[in-house]
Design a protein around this ligand. Sequence first.
Ligand code: ADP
Ligand code: MG
Length: 253
Amino acid sequence: MIEINNVTKTYKLGAHEIKALRKISLKIEPKEFVAIMGPSGSGKSTLMNILGCLDKPSDGSYKLDGIEVKDMNDNQLAKIRNQKIGFVFQSFNLLPRTTALKNVELPLIYAGKYNRTALAQEALELVGLKERLNHKPNELSGGQRQRVAIARALVNKPGLILADEPTGNIDSIAGEEIMEIFQNLNEQGITIVLVTHEENISEHAKRTIRFRDGRIVEDRQIGKRRSAKEELKILLESEEYKNNNNRNSGNSH
Ligand code: ADP
Ligand code: MG
């Protein structure tokens, strides 16, 4: 599905050159679930932008489903982004004055699809937000906003989901809920590439790739993965325990 060969990305800032990626080679097969790790500035987001066809390599080859991305024009790239790839960002990137339903309908408008309301509703149900269709982002918790963003990423039924630090701005229970959705989607055959700096989040994936200074320094399969479903059960039980012992503590979830 993804085949990257000797990809380099250089940013020019005036006379200055920043080598964000240095000859990266990488293959990701359909139905993989990959966590990308590494310190800040190591090139993770640069890689995600290239994988998502939001940016092109300075050098090297990127083939998505066998097609060389640098040979495509802007229209073709926009079409691929809309049809094949779902994006999820740390800061949700929802339209603020627009309901959950309308936010999720947007990619369907670009795709020129009919019965958008039904499809958007279906995607929101899938992420557990059936009761929140007409809420605007500021009427939702962080975790719920991220689930709206996932519904939006899903609505065109892409084969690939790219998520850049999707749990970076939410609490740990909401984070597990997001990981549960990703694990379910992956079970259904969707390929997932997720950037995170949290070890416990990365252990929900099947494979981790670690970056440093624009290079891959580790690439391994995860033997024993975490199950978000099981983690959630434990977290919710301990939360319940806490609430039972301190009934006045507000529910921040
Ligand atoms: P990460 O996501 O791992 O934190 P990035 O891919 O965002 O890292 O950045 C890698 C390097 O490229 C950093 O040194 C960063 O400052 C630089 N960089 C990223 N985007 C740009 C840009 N648009 N212009 C110039 N430099 C950039
Ligand atoms: Mg980043």
